[in-house]
Write a protein of this length. Structure first.
Length: 132
């Protein structure tokens, strides 16, 4: 793996660029110094507009990938990773998330190798009907 740390990727026309603390790099190969390129998208830690407890049930991803991605749920320093199943109709993956996860704030992450496009991420969650 290379020593180049990046945090953002952008497509400009038919070229792909990555940016990080060391600058902007044009990505030209299919591997990272011979290793598979690992991708990760981390979403904000959110309360989704309410202070009530939320439970997570599943996640539907629309992605083009050579291998099924994984979905990670983070709550108060703990992380739970679930493999996505699929694809169905070439691009639809589904991850069954742990029903025991209940918290007021949740953070989600999608990761894997060979993800060439991540069009949408839909998390299915419920909310406590009690006043907390």
């Amino acid at each position: 793996e290379s020593d180049t740390l990046t945090h953002s990727v952008a497509a400009v026309g038919d070229q792909l660029f990555a940016a990080g603390p060391g600058g902007v790099y044009r990505l030209t190969g299919q591997t990272d110094a011979g290793a598979a390129i690992a991708q990760r998208v981390v979403f904000a830690n959110m309360d989704y507009g309410t202070g009530r407890y939320k439970s997570v049930e599943g996640c539907i991803l629309e992605a083009r990938a050579t291998l099924p991605p994984s979905v990670t749920v983070r709550v108060e320093g703990a992380a739970y990773t679930y493999p996505a199943q699929g694809p169905k109709r070439d691009t639809i993956y589904r991850a069954k998330l742990g029903r025991g996860i209940k918290h007021k704030r949740l953070q989600f992450e999608v990761s894997g190798s060979g993800i060439t496009e991540l069009a949408s991420v839909e998390v299915q969650m419920g909310q406590s009907t009690r006043g907390f």
